[in-house]
Design a protein around this ligand. Sequence first.
Ligand code: ADP
Ligand code: MG
Length: 247
Amino acid sequence: MSEKMIEIKNVSKWYGPVQVLNDCSVSISKGDVVVVCGPSGSGKSTLIKTVNALEPFQKGEITVNGIPLHDPKTNLPKLRSKVGMVFQHFELFPHLSVTENLTIAQIKVLGRSPEEAKTRGLKMLDRVGLMAHKDKFPGQLSGGQQQRVAIARALSMDPIVMLFDEPTSALDPEMVGEVLDVMVSLAKDGMTMMVVTHEMAFARKVASRVIFIDVGGKILEDCPKDEFFSHPENRQPRTKDFLNKIL
Ligand code: ADP
Ligand code: MG
């Protein structure tokens, strides 16, 4: 039996009268790389944010590594610290150096000593190929470099899963590759990942499954990568429309 890392069960969410997640269920095992795609406004960001309890939901259940989010006894900040999150707009602290960006949460949230945090942070910075930039400020780096720092920062917390929300969609085209390369290498190392992206080349390379979510927050497809790409004729009409637009 593979170890379940994320279990989303029958989750629904409304903003006022508007339903944005409609009975969503997703099961992610250790080492899975699940790519989530779908039109703008379909609820991809909302879904991924529910997983680390950044968004409340009205119906259903989510467990992360066996820990239920809805249980009032669950220590959400602690659980969140185990879930790495990378956003479209990097969200580095502009007034802190790269090294400080990498260490601050390790020190404040995990209680690591500054030395320990620095060792771990710089190891991750090296992993994303940016050791030479450790003393710079985010504003001195390109968008692609900033996003790689954001990934290194998430990895410094020793996450058990990594969530990515359109990590390359704010980047100039020539910088997309360097960020995807880091993500591919993480996937190949066995990291459990849930990735909202329209980069189908990434999905083809490393996804275990591809999920398509339609407007209204309904999951229309959840299908193994090979099936998704090799048998387009078996896709739902809405998925085909969408793929025709982005490919
Ligand atoms: P996606 O990431 O797929 O583009 P989102 O998850 O951001 O979609 O949004 C899903 C739907 O929820 C959209 O219709 C959006 O307008 C709506 N929405 C998102 N955030 C809020 C909010 N804070 N208040 C009201 N509606 C919201
Ligand atoms: Mg979004």
